[in-house]
Design a protein around this ligand. Structure first.
Ligand code: NAD
Ligand code: MN
Length: 480
């Protein structure tokens, strides 16, 4: 079997250690052997990025635009195949996998445009005759560390703006999804990007991730993943001098509020989508469904009914609406939380069963709890699987209080036909992203993405807002 290698200084480089990547829908399907980089190779990648920096940082807008356009165009052209391979590796349905590939292509095209739209400010100084310029420069070598749930889109929304604003990149994908990373790297390689500007180092967080976050010549780290590792990234960044610039996108325990006046059908479809699509493995998934008492029983009945139409199966089966969980470890974590919910006194209405399919895979039927309190651990901790709980509340005021009573603050949602409650919720929700009559997951790429409280740290991703992370501001003064 061929071993897929790391991409360092424009060369594909092997390693002593490799990992086997398997399809979570069919564990007999081995996707490949993937090199796991060691600390020395991370150092090589950082050196390559450092040496490539001065010339890439000075490259003109047309060169950057054309390269990013080419990458975006190639991703869009190959979206079918990329989507299929992503679904095979990660377990989300083909529709979701292809949608994600398309999103990755769109992100590169968006930032191709941003490369052309760079701007600054030239204004009079407060001192007579003197002038002030405010300009943006690249931050330098950027370490990009990504999770496994969006193997193409998250890397794209970090790599594309990094390159657009003249930075060089050392990219570490999650150990569970190296295949998508290699496919993306091949497209980047073919784009004409100068050697060393982009480097791929696969492997374990404890080795490759640590080597990136502790490397002297990595100037900034953009991290998406769990709270614990995110905190570790920030600690490592602060332990160095100069302190590294850091951006963290972490977990969520996102509330979806459903008020008595909601359209029932809309609310159910939003709740099912938000809780279970992507097998619930989305940082923006709504795992706490906060329902006011008059609609509670009809909502729960309609939601259970709707869930009986979900088709759990092989990600690449066209009938499938919910794919398997990513791996055995995550499956066990999900099952442990389902047991815990029952011990805590929540009522498991449907799902939560380990199911067999034609192929051996990590199949877990979507689980819905009712009679949850917001104090239960299943309501407070991120499960990151197809598990959601309904919390019954009296009225809007209690719903809002419960929605905000969490350490997280990524996204939140409300289903209501009341303009008054919708407007109030948009202002009062303590989340970075608020959805009215839309699922908590599913965001646009031309606007800022990110959370508050324990869900995020640092400046926003996506849209033009990404500029704040990927550039350093310079203020220069000149006297006549
Ligand atoms: P994780 O924290 O386990 O891993 C994330 C990345 O960090 C991986 O590439 C991993 O290899 C690496 N890593 C592990 N240890 C490291 C270390 N010591 N130093 C540096 N890097 C290290 O997260 P995961 O399991 O891949 O993803 C699931 C988590 O990601 C969930 O908590 C989810 O909410 C979160 N997530 C957040 C967002 C967001 O935008 N807020 C988006 C997607 C996923
Ligand atoms: Mn993890």
């Amino acid at each position: 079997m061929t071993v897929h290698r790391n991409f360092i200084a424009g060369e594909w480089v092997g390693s002593n250690e490799t990992g086997t990547n398997i399809n979570p829908s069919d564990t007999s399907d081995v996707i490949g052997q993937f090199a796991r980089a060691n600390a020395q190779q991370v150092d090589d990648a950082v050196s390559a990025a450092r040496h490539a920096l001065p010339s890439w940082a000075r490259s003109g807008p047309v060169e950057r635009h054309d390269i990013l356009r080419r990458i975006g165009g190639a991703i869009l052209e190959q979206a079918d195949q990329l989507g299929r391979e992503l679904s095979r590796e990660q377990g989300k349905t083909f529709a979701e996998g292809k949608g994600e590939a398309i999103r990755a292509g769109q992100l590169f095209e968006f930032y191709a445009g941003e490369a052309l739209r760079q701007e600054g400010l030239k204004i009079p100084s407060l001192r007579d005759g003197a002038e002030v310029e405010v300009t943006r420069e690249p931050v330098g070598v950027v370490g990009i560390i990504a999770p496994w749930n969006y193997p193409l889109a998250i890397p794209a929304w970090k790599i594309a703006p990094a390159l657009a604003w003249g930075n060089t990149v050392v990219f570490k994908p999650a150990d569970l999804v190296p295949h998508s990373a290699v496919l993306l790297t091949r497209i980047i390689e073919a784009s004409g990007l100068p050697r060393g500007v982009f480097n791929l180092v696969m492997g374990r967080g404890s080795v490759v991730g640590e080597a990136i976050i502790t490397h002297k010549y990595v100037n900034a780290v953009s991290f998406t993943g769990s709270q614990d590792i995110g905190q570790r990234v920030a600690q490592a960044a602060a332990a160095q001098m100069p302190i590294k610039k850091v951006q963290l996108e972490l977990g969520g325990k996102n509330p979806l509020v459903i008020l008595d006046d909601a359209d029932l059908e809309t609310a159910v479809s939003i709740a099912v989508n938000g809780a279970y699509f992507g097998t619930g493995q989305r940082c923006t998934a709504s795992s706490r469904i906060v329902v006011t008492e008059n609609i509670h029983d009809s909502f729960v009945a309609a939601m259970s009914e709707s869930m009986s139409n979900l088709r759990l199966g092989h990600a690449l089966d066209s009938e499938t609406t919910i794919g398997p969980v990513i791996d055995a470890k995550q499956l066990q974590q999900d099952i442990d939380y389902i047991d815990l919910g029952q011990q805590e006194g929540a009522n498991l209405v449907t799902g939560g069963q380990r199911l067999n399919r034609e192929t051996e895979g990590f199949y877990l039927s979507p689980a819905l709890f009712t009679e949850c309190t917001n104090q239960m651990r299943i309501s407070r901790e991120e499960i990151f699987g197809p598990v959601a709980g309904v919390i019954r509340v009296r009225d809007y005021e209690e719903a809002l209080a419960v929605a905000n009573d969490t350490e997280f603050g990524l996204s939140s949602g409300i289903c209501t036909t009341s303009l008054k409650h919708a407007s109030h919720f948009k202002r009062a929700s303590e989340a970075g992203m608020v959805m009215v009559n839309l699922p908590t997951a599913g965001v646009d790429y031309h606007v800022p993405f990110g959370g508050r409280k324990s869900s995020s740290y640092g400046s926003r991703e996506q849209g033009r807002a990404a500029m704040d992370f990927y550039t350093a501001t310079k203020t220069s003064y000149i006297a006549p």
